[in-house]
Design a protein around this ligand. Structure first.
Ligand code: C5P
Length: 214
């Protein structure tokens, strides 16, 4: 099978030396990529900047901005059986990035931001992806409730949800504790390393995909 995975943060340029970004290490997406590769699936990893080694044998597309990531996904998604959106995409980008470094003369400074495209939310429509679609949801309260509504709003098959307000899990940490939400049920996986979780999630996602084909 061919699996597309988005991972890591995106960077939205303010000027040539500054950007806004998200607190994401990319570990969950890279762990999933490694897990699918171990199952001998083909993996296309589309990733924002991280400090993690690229898993051996993954096809790799490095991107910077949310717009770069959208364009890479748009090109590749319909060659894939499963698409998993782990990336912490910036919700807003700079309306007019400056071509030269901005001088720090002004006492106050206002940045105008515009909304980025929702890449996961575009997968079904307008991108016409008909494979198995998996999104992530990072919430700070009512995790299951918000994740369920995200699942239907973004037309995903599965949502992997976690509570990022908890110490030591979620963004930028090595462990995670997640709920897996499908149209049938919610499964709770205990707190564990993202590597471990990657293997369990890869099996659950592959099983779901197989059942969906039958
Ligand atoms: O809407 P929210 O950011 O909470 O949704 C999270 C899910 O949507 C994640 O799977 C994330 O990768 C994806 N997403 C995306 N493009 C965006 C924002 C979020 O693909 N612009």
């Amino acid at each position: 099978m061919k699996i597309l995975i988005t991972a890591g943060p995106t960077r939205e340029a303010i000027d040539p030396v500054r950007f806004i970004s998200n607190r994401s290490s990319g570990r969950m997406g890279y762990a999933l990529a490694a897990a699918f590769l171990r199952r001998e699936d083909q993996v296309l990893l589309i990733s924002g900047p991280t400090t993690i080694d690229i898993p051996d044998h993954a096809d790799f597309i490095p991107v910077e901005s949310a717009d770069d990531m959208y364009r890479a996904v748009e090109k590749a998604i319909n060659d894939c059986d499963i698409a998993i959106f782990c990336a912490a995409v910036a919700d807003y980008t700079i309306a007019q990035p400056e071509p030269q470094k901005i001088k720090k003369d002004a006492e106050t400074f206002t940045l105008q931001l515009t909304k980025t495209k929702d890449i996961l939310g575009s997968a079904r429509d307008p991108l016409n992806f008909s494979g198995t679609l998996v999104g992530f949801a990072a919430e700070t309260q009512d995790v299951e409730l918000y994740a369920k509504s995200k699942r239907s709003k973004k037309k995903c098959d599965l949502i992997i949800a976690n509570d990022v307000s908890r110490e030591g899990t979620g963004f930028d940490s090595t462990e995670n504790e997640v709920l897996i939400i499908s149209e049938f049920e919610t499964i709770k996986l205990p707190r564990q390393s993202k590597e471990n979780l990657g293997h369990i999630l890869a099996e659950i996602i592959a099983d779901y995909h197989r059942a969906r084909q039958e």
